[in-house]
Design a protein around this ligand. Sequence first.
Ligand SMILES: [Zn+2]
Ligand SMILES: [Zn+2]
Length: 174
Amino acid sequence: MGKRYYCDFCDKSFADNPTNRKNHLKGVSHQRMRKLHYSFFKDPSSLLAEESTKKPCRTMMTSGECPFGEGCKYSHLTEDRKKQLEQQILQEKAESVRKKRKLEENPPSIEDWLAKRAKAKKPESPRTELKPNLAQLAFSLPPTLLGVTNLPPSLLPPPPHVWCSINLEQEEWG
Ligand SMILES: [Zn+2]
Ligand SMILES: [Zn+2]
């Protein structure tokens, strides 16, 4: 069995070749699944506003399918979905009003914030433990490079004295 192409949008897989891919990606059902996927990330009010500028698609309404798919210039929004979106918008509005009111009743205090921060802050571990002892590090070439002659200096392991002369304590990042 050769390689398979898996389409996340459609939850389908097929033999991976250019023709199959092209046909699948151009297919109506794929485009619909793709659009559906991305419409989840659009906020309901902009989705609704976008759809209400279009006339309803007659093909979609009568047969439940439309050959133009994502590219259709008419709206594919069903009445149920429209109501669902309107409901969602109302709920989100109510939620934001509720949050605002709660914030006005109990304004956050800087003391609370500091107390939370102090709790969250973990004691700092001593940094010296993390620092490797450079003098003890052994550098070697990977096996694939061992047989290669005339390696550029950037690929050669550094001589030991170079590392010993570097003092990390004095290094500062600007
Ligand atoms: Zn697909
Ligand atoms: Zn349509």
